[in-house]
Design a protein around this ligand. Structure first.
Ligand code: SF4
Length: 757
């Protein structure tokens, strides 16, 4: 469970020197974000001025965290790297696969049975390779990371978009795909486009009903769901220093909702208190000693416009509580305007369920503030009108708030405590609903509220608010209730008004827990067997992809010429397929089933050149594979945009597609293809897309002299006996060409690791 204090001490001892080098290289004062990025440049990388939003830079993250759904493929890949242990401290957290239905105990027990093979695999693979394993019920990845592992000035990556939560403790924490996690665990650098910087200056102080959550709800309204793309948000100012560490975490967490790469706060007294309160005084001492390095330079915060690409200022004293939604987290309503908005837009006023907690808002402070509201309802003999659930973020928080009587307060109000897991936040919610077609409203203190996110029902209007506002609305059972101004009346006709919430940042008696749910890895994992049943349909040990045969590729079939948008969701659909994410063969049955076939404008219907008949894309490709024939996928602009899911590159590779030729790539997908040993190529002349015909047989020429910057040629042999030869571009560097030749990047890593023994 222990954090790696030696690693942190080493980082801190070099921190000042690295920042000085960066100041010299850039010739200017530095933001906190720049300091941390420069302190984590990959070994040997030159300290130079990078162009924001343009230059790709290699970094050396300190940690990796993985949640159970995404960890499966990341670790199956890591097993191929040939290492005996992970190269950086890493953890796995079992939180995404537990469905909320009845309550914590029953739901957890059911999940342990249903997901046994996945949990057994993750526990055994973690044990073998030196990875900390947090069992189901231990908590939600981001809350556990904040409590146990995040530290000021660090850099971590995690296989989940809300990894950014840890920014509340002053670490640059970024969500990535499994392939990136695999690389870092295997000891490779991690590449990131040097981000743009948005400064958020907070002045004043929160009071009354307004909470940290309202700051990010306000920011989301200003920047919208796309406004943070490619940027890191850096919060500063006296207002920032006044926020609790966990409140800062909430703000960073929801930075994912505006597309931000991550968000961060500078080290301050509140972070020190939180570190000491969670048993990490040694880190607090180390951070205190270099505190000036763990925040932006004075000149930067005195004159932010000169250092940030954009600056936003929010006065916390004037900030109102907000409620955002429905269907998008950037539709921001100050509470004084919300009742009107409900009426004007015809949203169902009756609030059916209030849900608090999740990785976003389940701190001791959140729970105590919400409980102070719940208690007033019970004290006034008022029964909550809506259903109410509480999702603790970790067993440590759950145990502590139970010990201190707060769960009892919620239960008296009619609340149900769910397992320490994602549950309704990720749609793992067997909601009790009589009529799914009925329009209805729910309010959560979670982060995302896109259609169907919580209960799979497009008629559910989901709104996001702070835990205390969510609790007040659940008590009133009405969206248009404003606890700042409105009164409630109990069954006896007595009127009362809810007093402002009162919270406690850190438990007076300290945090406590009986069994945090942690399994430390074996010191020597060499004898540990990784548990995967050969008959499992959810997990499959990967076999290395074959090396390139050393010749040009001839006689390939056209599998599909995709038309228009082809995102990673079109290439590897999510939804019901996610249960196969640890089984490459099974999940490959979704390959490109969402892509539109140029020739018939249909999805998942392509011509099988062997039979002349139309069939599914995966079925057709499997026929080619069985016949030992490779194929080519052709695509349009920005092919592979969307999530960084590595399955979108692994599936075509596994089924025998040899090249993907497109007008342009989304960069992450292009890199993923390269890592899997595929050819990712672009038309030198985009008009050549029109030359490709349905029955084409394709040759790829020039591979024996494959080199950076050299075009390759592709010959499209048409059914009528004519042919078109076109030039195609690629962006492979020397190392990536080696990946292609070896069959995959992991094949090289394994070879190099073997050679270094
Ligand atoms: S609680 Fe929600 S946002 Fe947090 S990790 Fe789980 S699914 Fe993601």
């Amino acid at each position: 469970m222990a954090f790696d204090i030696d690693m942190i001490k080493k980082l801190y001892s070099n921190f000042g020197a690295r920042i000085d080098a960066a100041r010299t290289a850039t010739g200017k004062s530095l933001t906190l974000t720049e300091k941390i990025l420069y302190a984590h440049l990959w070994q040997g990388a030159a300290t130079t001025a990078f162009e924001r939003g343009k230059d790709y830079v290699e970094f050396a993250p300190d940690r990796v965290a993985m949640q159970d759904a995404t960890a499966q493929m990341a670790l199956l890949q890591f097993m191929q790297a040939g290492r005996t242990k992970v190269a950086v401290p890493s953890t796995v957290h079992c939180d995404h696969l537990i469905q909320a239905e009845v309550g914590a105990v029953e739901d957890l027990s059911k999940a342990k049975t249903q997901n046994k093979e996945v949990y057994d695999f993750l526990a055994s693979v973690s044990n073998k390779y030196g990875i900390g394993f947090w069992k189901p019920g231990a908590g939600i990845i981001h809350q556990v990371v904040l409590e146990q592992y995040a530290f000021p000035g660090g850099m971590m990556i995690g296989t989940d978009s809300h990894t950014v939560n840890a920014g509340g403790l002053g670490i640059i924490a970024i969500g990535v795909g499994g392939a990136d996690a695999c690389d870092v665990m295997a000891g490779l650098p991690w590449e990131l486009k040097f981000p743009k910087l948005i400064g958020v200056k907070l002045t004043g102080k929160l009071s009354g009903w307004t909470a940290s959550k309202d700051i990010i709800l306000k920011v989301a309204g200003i920047l919208t769901v796309k406004g943070g793309t490619g940027a890191i948000l850096e919060y500063f100012g006296d207002g920032a220093k006044s926020l609790s560490c966990t409140g800062k975490g909430t703000i960073c967490n929801m930075g994912a909702e505006i597309g931000a790469t991550t968000s961060i706060f500078g080290y301050d007294a509140k972070m020190g208190e939180y570190l000491r309160g969670t048993g990490r005084a040694e880190i607090a001492d180390g951070a205190d000693a270099i505190a000036a390095h763990l925040t932006g330079d004075d000149e930067v915060y005195a004159n932010p416009e000169a250092y940030f690409d954009q600056v936003i200022e929010i006065n916390l004293t004037e900030l109102e509580p907000h409620i955002n939604g429905p269907f998008t987290p950037d539709l921001a309503w100050p509470i004084s305007k919300f009742a009107d908005a409900v009426k004007v837009n015809g949203w169902p006023d009756k609030m059916e369920v209030g849900l608090i907690g999740s990785c976003t808002n389940s701190s001791y402070e959140d729970i105590t503030r919400a409980a102070s509201i719940a208690k007033q309802a019970t004290d006034n003999n008022f029964k909550a009108k809506a259903e109410f659930t509480i999702t603790p973020g970790s067993e440590q928080v759950r145990y502590t708030v139970e010990r201190d009587g707060y769960l009892d307060t919620f239960e008296k109000m009619g609340g149900v405590v769910l397992a320490n897991a994602c549950g309704p936040c990720i749609g793992q919610w067997a909601r009790h609903s009589t009529d799914p077609n009925r329009k209805n409203s729910i309010v959560t203190s979670y982060n995302r509220n896109f259609s169907k996110r919580n209960d799979g029902n497009p008629n559910t209007h989901a709104f996001v608010a702070s835990p205390e506002i969510t609790t007040a609305l659940a008590i009133a059972g009405s969206l248009s209730f404003n606890p700042l101004t409105d009164y409630l009346t109990n069954d006896k006709g007595e009127k009362f008004k809810l007093e402002e919430p009162l919270g406690i940042e850190m438990p007076v008696k300290g945090f406590a827990v009986e069994d945090a749910g942690f399994q430390a890895p074996a010191e020597d994992g060499s004898k540990v067997e990784v548990l995967v049943s050969p008959t499992s349909d959810r997990l499959q040990i990967l076999q290395p992809f074959a090396a390139w045969e050393g010749t040009d590729l001839k006689g390939l079939k056209l599998l599909i010429k995709a038309k228009g948008k082809c995102t990673t969701d079109h290439i590897s659909m999510a939804g019901p397929w996610l249960k196969f994410r640890g089984h490459l063969d099974n999940i490959s049955n979704n390959m490109l089933i969402g892509a539109l076939n140029f020739f018939n404008e249909k999805t998942d219907t392509v011509k099988n050149q062997l039979t002349g008949e139309y069939g599914t894309v995966p079925g057709t490709q499997r026929a080619y594979k069985a016949a030992g024939i490779g194929s080519v996928v052709v695509g349009d602009e920005n092919y592979g945009e969307g999530s960084s899911r590595e399955h979108a590159a692994m599936e075509p590779r596994f089924l025998g597609v040899r090249a993907v030729l497109v007008k342009s790539f989304a960069r992450i997908h292009e890199t993923n293809l390269k890592k899997q040993g595929m050819l990712g190529l672009t038309f030198a002349d985009k008009e050549d897309y029109n030359k490709i015909q349905e029955d084409d047989k394709i040759d790829i020429i020039g591979l024996t002299s494959f080199a950076p910057g050299n075009q390759l040629q592709m010959v499209f042999n048409h059914a009528d006996g004519t042919a078109d030869t076109i030039n195609v571009n690629h962006t492979y560097n020397e190392q990536q060409i080696e990946w292609f030749k070896a069959g995959a990047a992991l094949n090289i890593i394994r070879r190099e690791f073997e050679a270094s023994k």
